[in-house]
Design a protein around this ligand. Sequence first.
Ligand code: ATP
Ligand code: MG
Length: 294
Amino acid sequence: MDFSTAADLRRRLEDTGYLGDDALATVAWLAHRLDRPLLLEGEPGTGKTALAEALAEAGGVPLIRLQCHEGIDASQALYDWDFPRQILHLRAVETVGAVGGATALEDVEASLFDERFLLARPVLRALREAPAVLLVDEIDRADDEFEAFLLEVLSTWQVSIPELGTIKAETPPLVVLTSNRTREVHDALKRRCLYHWLEHPSLERELAIVRTRAPEVPKELAEQVVRAVHAIRADAELIKPPGVAETLDWARALHELGTRELDTASVAATLGVAVKYREDGARVRASLDRLMAR
Ligand SMILES: Nc1ncnc2c1ncn2[C@@H]1O[C@H](COP(=O)(O)OP(=O)(O)OP(=O)(O)O)[C@@H](O)[C@H]1O
Ligand SMILES: [Mg+2]
């Protein structure tokens, strides 16, 4: 993974179909150069997860994903021992009738914590397989203890496994953390990271994204869909404004239905592709005439 400048990174992200702006390319490039994790926050569907995927693709390195959830703990992030296989191993040892005695017992016990029985989880894999991109997705769903654990790994780039010793990354992986801000990430972790807030893309960029990701949709229809989405997003009262994912889905859905021109009827019929709350749907329907006039 080698990006010579932020502009180079931006171009190579574009080659994978990810269209970011200069600010995003710069902060991602700095994270890569300074070996610092990148913390991305922003509304749903603004391309946080997709950036990590694009970085891995552009850099030609594996993407290793850790999906956070409530109650996630270090063993799910680091490693586990393969208990069923350890048991089978013990049975096998019994069957061949290993000779008794203290040394033999110690040998058998030691053989249980062999590399063969280690289940490497994403963080351990990232340390071993680096250069790689490690995506720690939706860190806000994990709890404080997990964050503290992560902070330690991200500061030292090493973990210690009592039975095996210390494992240190030769080159640190590029770490992308994402958060939807259901809770605030702690300052200690933030201090370690570079930070970027992802906005919904501008009209021009979103149109370019649709043209790249859904090239089958005719330009005129794509333009109308993007305009409609921007008009819908402008309503600050919405529970969940549509993200880029919804724009793409909507454009594809309308195209699938053979729609050439977005009109009141086609919007009303397909609104559920873009707007996923009953209250939001009602608000959009109520202002449909005004929306279409724009
Ligand atoms: N800048 C972009 N360039 C190209 N595609 C994009 C861009 N931003 C978003 N997308 C597309 O929009 C979709 C949603 O993006 P993504 O899943 O990364 O959003 P997210 O911010 O992770 O959302 P969530 O918070 O819901 O997880 C993806 O299909 C992605 O390919
Ligand atoms: Mg995501």
